[in-house]
Write a protein that binds this ligand. Structure first.
Ligand code: G16
Ligand code: MG
Length: 216
């Protein structure tokens, strides 16, 4: 078996979605509108700028490119203040055990995240040492659902796309993994993860044997 595992960060290994939501909500409120928690699902896995574009549309607000840059920077400053206080306790259930088991069995592990803040999050939560390769918002140009992030991760691991299993919590990420020809384990609600081979609540619900079985 030559499987390799590629993990999304937000919503799979750590619960930073709640901080993204709080910071975006604060930004929307500062512009005089609000959005529903359910709409937040659409922001998962997509880049910061794409998220801002969606939110401004919901609020019926138009901004210039320069104003959008400033708003994205403001949101990020609030978000970074929140994640700077993260601890190991915010690593989602099962993440540590699965990462350790994979490492013990010599299975290669990559990060495939849209976030430009992945370095800080991995450092705060003590997860950085598990990864053989890190691909994030700083290294990719096309954001999910484009497969670039996962294709780059596989390349860095020296793995074939067809041998990779992607762990994702966002529809955009599942689409990216499908486009890359990889197997997908969805984390969360199956409704939001169409196309995943298997959907689980968190990483405590899966073993290496089950992951390997996905590759047939
Ligand atoms: C994450 C989140 C997205 C966020 C994106 C960019 O992606 O799911 O909601 O918009 O990163 O984050 P930042 O503003 O920190 O660059 P992923 O792929 O880790 O789930
Ligand atoms: Mg995610």
């Amino acid at each position: 078996q030559h499987i390799a595992c590629i993990f999304d960060l937000d919503g799979v290994l750590v619960d930073t979605a709640v901080y993204h939501y709080q910071a975006w909500k604060q930004l929307a409120n500062s512009l005089g509108f609000d959005f529903a928690h359910a709409q937040n699902e659409q922001l998962k896995g997509i880049s910061r700028m794409h998220s801002l574009d969606k939110i401004l549309k919901w609020g019926g607000v138009e901004k210039s490119e320069a104003e959008k840059e400033a708003l994205a920077t403001l949101k990020n400053s609030w978000y970074v203040a929140m994640i700077s206080k993260m601890t190991e306790a915010e690593v989602l259930p099962g993440s540590l055990k699965l990462l350790q088991d994979l490492k013990d069995q010599g299975i290669k592990i990559a990060l495939g995240s849209a976030s430009k803040n992945s370095g800080l999050i991995l450092e705060r939560t003590n997860l950085a040492h598990f990864f053989d390769a890190i691909v994030d918002g700083n290294t990719v140009s096309a954001s999910k659902p484009d497969p670039e992030v996962f294709v780059k991760a596989a390349e860095l691991l020296g793995a074939l796309n067809k041998d990779c299993v992607v762990f994702e919590d966002a529809q955009a990420g599942v689409q990216a993994a499908i486009a890359a020809g990889m197997a997908i384990v969805g984390i969360g609600n199956a409704e939001n993860l169409q196309g995943a081979q298997l959907v689980i609540n968190d990483l405590s619900e899966i073993t290496i044997a089950e992951i390997s079985a996905l590759k047939k």
